[in-house]
Design a protein around this ligand. Structure first.
Ligand SMILES: Nc1nc2c(ncn2[C@@H]2O[C@H](COP(=O)(O)OP(=O)(O)OP(=O)(O)O)[C@@H](O)[C@H]2O)c(=O)[nH]1
Ligand SMILES: [Mg+2]
Ligand SMILES: [Zn+2]
Length: 298
């Protein structure tokens, strides 16, 4: 048995780096039964077979795990956003941030395509929220040093909607990677992603980055009861006010004496952030009943 890290997941194969070689592995049937999928970033035990392939026998306990992007054990999510086409939806940015907060995973906001459109207002917004934020251009190379500093020595996953330039930025950071990228106009309609699998790249020995397919507004995989319960805590810009609400268990949506709403009125919390909160709150509201119904059926 040898130990390694999964660096790529593609067409049912997991590519495990054992330190000496890359082994293409199938996962044992047992994982499917237990509804656990190995993820890129997982440390695993591998049984090497005589034909050079292998099988994933065990997954070591995870520091954190995400369904979308499908990665494990990352130190931080780097949310790549753009003010140029395709413009990122603030709600999707905030949703990703909330999910990362829930899992105790770091967040970096990286505003790309600043050669086309200034990302200044977004930079100011997310700095105020409390996230490390950087403006870059994969085209001109602007901001790449600062981004490199933010990811250096860490395992990061790039995420963001399709076409914002996740793969382009990685290529700029490490030109020899030669990852496929494609002009937004060449993407054939909705839901076409250029990057279709999750893969880990090594920028240097200590700096690892996972490229992932773009996410969409339809992904609800991570919207669960756990997030529903902890939602206010996943908005770190609400933290200074939450304890001052008049009612215990205040939902910060409409209550009288809500300190979060007061801070919003006073301009201390950004409107777009509270709008995202309201939308997530609404999306998560019906979750319990739906789950209960599911249980009744079975
Ligand atoms: N002008 C400009 N164009 C960029 C920049 N970054 C990326 N692009 C272009 O945007 C298009 C999409 O870039 P990709 O790197 O494929 O985007 P992606 O986020 O990896 O997309 P998916 O893999 O589909 O999720 C390509 O044509 C890039 O050349 C930038 O900073 N400035
Ligand atoms: Mg890509
Ligand atoms: Zn409140």
């Amino acid at each position: 048995m040898s130990r390694g890290i999964i660096e790529k997941a593609l067409s049912g194969f997991y590519y495990v780096n054992t330190g000496t070689r890359m082994v293409a592995c199938r996962a044992r049937g047992r994982f499917r039964k237990e509804k656990i999928s190995p993820l890129v970033g997982d440390w695993v035990q591998v049984q090497e077979l005589s034909d050079g392939s292998g099988s994933v026998e065990a997954i070591e306990p995870r520091k954190c795990a995400f369904l979308r992007p499908a990665v494990a054990n990352i130190d931080q999510l780097v949310v790549i956003v753009s003010q140029a086409v395709p413009v990122s939806d603030p709600y999707l940015i905030d949703r990703v941030c909330a999910i990362a907060e829930l899992k105790g995973c770091g967040v970096v906001i990286c505003i790309n395509k600043c050669d086309l459109e200034s990302g200044e207002s977004l930079e100011e917004l997310y700095c105020r929220v409390g996230y490390p934020t950087v403006q870059v251009s994969a085209e001109t190379g602007e901001g790449m040093e600062k981004l490199y500093e933010l990811i250096s020595g860490k395992l990061s996953a790039f995420t963001g909607n399709s076409g914002v330039g996740k793969s382009s930025i990685l290529n700029r950071l490490h030109p020899s990677l030669g990852i496929e990228t494609r002009a937004v106009s060449e993407k054939l309609g909705r839901g076409r992603h250029t990057t279709r699998h999750v893969e880990l790249f090594r920028l240097n020995e200590r700096t690892l980055v996972v490229d992932t397919p773009g996410f969409s507004s339809f992904d609800t995989a991570e919207l669960n009861l756990e997030l529903k319960k902890a939602l206010p805590e996943t908005f770190r810009d609400f933290a200074p006010y939450r304890d001052a609400c008049q009612f215990v268990g205040c939902s910060h949506t409409k209550e009288k004496g809500c300190a979060v709403l007061r801070a919003l009125e006073e301009g201390k919390i950004a409107r777009s952030r509270h709008e995202s909160y309201m939308r997530l709150y609404e999306e998560l509201k019906g979750l319990k009943e739906w789950e209960a119904k599911g249980k009744e059926k079975s």
